[in-house]
Ligand binder design. Structure first.
Ligand SMILES: Cc1cc2nc3c(=O)[nH]c(=O)nc-3n(C[C@H](O)[C@H](O)[C@H](O)COP(=O)(O)OP(=O)(O)OC[C@H]3O[C@@H](n4cnc5c(N)ncnc54)[C@H](O)[C@@H]3O)c2cc1C
Ligand code: SF4
Ligand code: SF4
Length: 401
């Protein structure tokens, strides 16, 4: 475990906590350790998180900073648009759900994980852009369009407007019905140790807050990157003391315990088999069969074929449409929330699937998204392989633009 920061003062300033991640990514590209970087940058405004593939080290800087209204899941981008990272190496910056989703996609042969360098971000949770706007307007009484910066620190959501700084405690926001996405509240993957590095601001010594990130090295590949970047002078590195390591662990344990509570609350309506079935029948009756929940799910392949044939043309579809999806995802659900977030009919898809998967995982002693072990029930064979990705050379060319 180390503290790290960018040596370049500009990256240090632009980064969320000292810019170590940006410096590591730039170094990895410059040294040819990877051919491309997959990061997230601010789009039209601070509520617009955009995934970006970068091949020019000078462009990495534009991804510096954390976007807490960024509710994207990056894992399916490899299979859909990046030729499964076959034939080129990519460094990708990922929250816990991104890492878990990528591991599930790798198990299904949708991405070559050996070609990925995963820079994990600790994540207490993200906020849907629409919710963030509403919260800023109703809680802070501020026009969301005028906010210059947003950040989350020490359990508080902070905004800067007209150079002035304001903050509200996240538990207060959540009591008022604002705050993180439901799946984030339930999530227990707060430190993504399935990545090569897990980086975050928890455990950073008071005088270094905002100036350094706490890096847990989780693999030899991660260690190699940190050591080479340090030796080349791209990053500065310090050693955290025992008190800081303990403080970080306390924060992690605290939020994981809170997630247990949130799971209990969210799963209460889905407790017994008949309650669960009634809830599913009632909620999915709104379904318009747009397939968004299937297309985004990292535990499924990039095909909607098998689901299209379930009750073709019938809206709402029969319950079998959803039962098929539940059976195919089964214990592989990583609670990324995408199937709920993107559902145009506001069906609590992730809550339902997470409750089912949690029971199956307990039954089979299986943990989705944590390692490459295979599930016992979920669909693991692509029912209709179809890659629409352009070849790797074209992608790298595109990344230059
Ligand atoms: C939504 C979110 C929640 C977080 N919550 C915590 C937390 O509770 N505890 C904690 O210790 N740390 C948390 N972090 C991590 C922390 O904010 C810093 O990102 C980390 O300390 C690294 O700092 P840095 O200066 O080295 O990163 P930088 O050099 O600023 O690089 C940041 C990197 O994060 C990527 N990124 C930004 N937004 C997103 C996003 N929405 N999804 C995926 N990648 C993104 C960018 O592509 C960039 O490469 C969170 C980060 C995010 C994005
Ligand atoms: S995203 Fe919603 S409306 Fe679309 S198929 Fe899934 S459940 Fe139905
Ligand atoms: S079922 Fe929903 S929450 Fe679970 S992994 Fe798939 S998209 Fe994510």
């Amino acid at each position: 475990m180390v503290y790290a920061w960018a040596s370049d003062p500009n990256l240090r300033k632009r980064g969320e906590s000292g810019g170590a991640i940006t410096a590591l990514l730039k170094f990895a590209l410059e040294e040819g350790i990877v051919d491309a970087v997959l990061g997230v940058k601010r789009g039209l405004d601070l509520y617009d998180a955009r995934p970006v593939l970068i091949t020019d080290p000078q462009d990495v800087e534009e991804t510096a900073g954390s976007i807490h209204g960024g509710t994207l899941l990056l894992s399916k981008l490899f299979g859909k648009y990046l030729a499964g990272a076959e034939g080129f190496k990519v460094a990708a910056v990922m929250k816990g759900c991104d890492v878990m989703g990528t591991i599930e996609q790798a198990k299904r042969g949708m991405v070559n994980i050996d070609n990925l360098l995963l820079i994990g971000l600790n994540c207490g949770g993200s906020i849907a852009p629409s919710m963030m706007r509403r919260m800023i307007s109703e809680v802070f009484g501020v026009d969301p369009g005028t906010v210059e910066e947003e950040t989350i620190h020490k359990g508080r959501f902070h905004i800067t407007v007209g150079g002035e700084h304001r903050a509200v405690r996240i538990p207060e926001l959540e009591k008022g019905g604002y705050g993180r996405r439901d799946n984030c509240r339930r999530c227990k993957m707060k430190v993504p140790r399935g990545a090569d590095l897990a980086c975050g601001n928890w455990g950073v010594r008071e005088e270094l807050v905002g100036e350094a990130t706490f890096v847990e090295v989780c693999s030899e590949r991660g260690r190699d990157l940190v050591e080479r970047a340090k030796a080349a002078g791209a990053i500065g590195v310090g050693v955290p003391d025992g008190a800081c390591i303990k403080a970080r662990k306390r924060r992690e344990d605290l939020i994981v315990n809170l997630s247990d509570e949130e799971q209990k609350k969210d799963f209460a309506l889905l407790e017994g088999s008949s309650d669960r079935m009634s809830f599913i029948v009632e909620e999915t009756a709104r379904c318009i069969k747009c397939y968004a929940c299937i297309e985004v799910c990292p535990a499924l392949f990039n095909t909607t074929g098998p689901y299209m044939t379930a009750f073709p043309g019938i809206i709402p579809p029969g319950i079998e449409f959803h039962l098929t999806r539940y059976a195919h995802v089964a214990e592989s659900c990583i609670n990324c929330g995408q199937c709920e977030e993107l559902c145009p009919m506001d069906i609590p898809n992730a809550r339902i699937m997470h409750a089912i998967a949690a029971d199956l995982q307990e039954l089979h002693g299986y943990r989705a998204g944590e390692d490459m072990s295979r599930p016992k029930i979920a669909l693991m064979k692509d029912p209709k392989p179809a890659s629409t990705s352009p070849p790797a050379e074209d992608l790298l060319q595109l990344g230059k633009g």
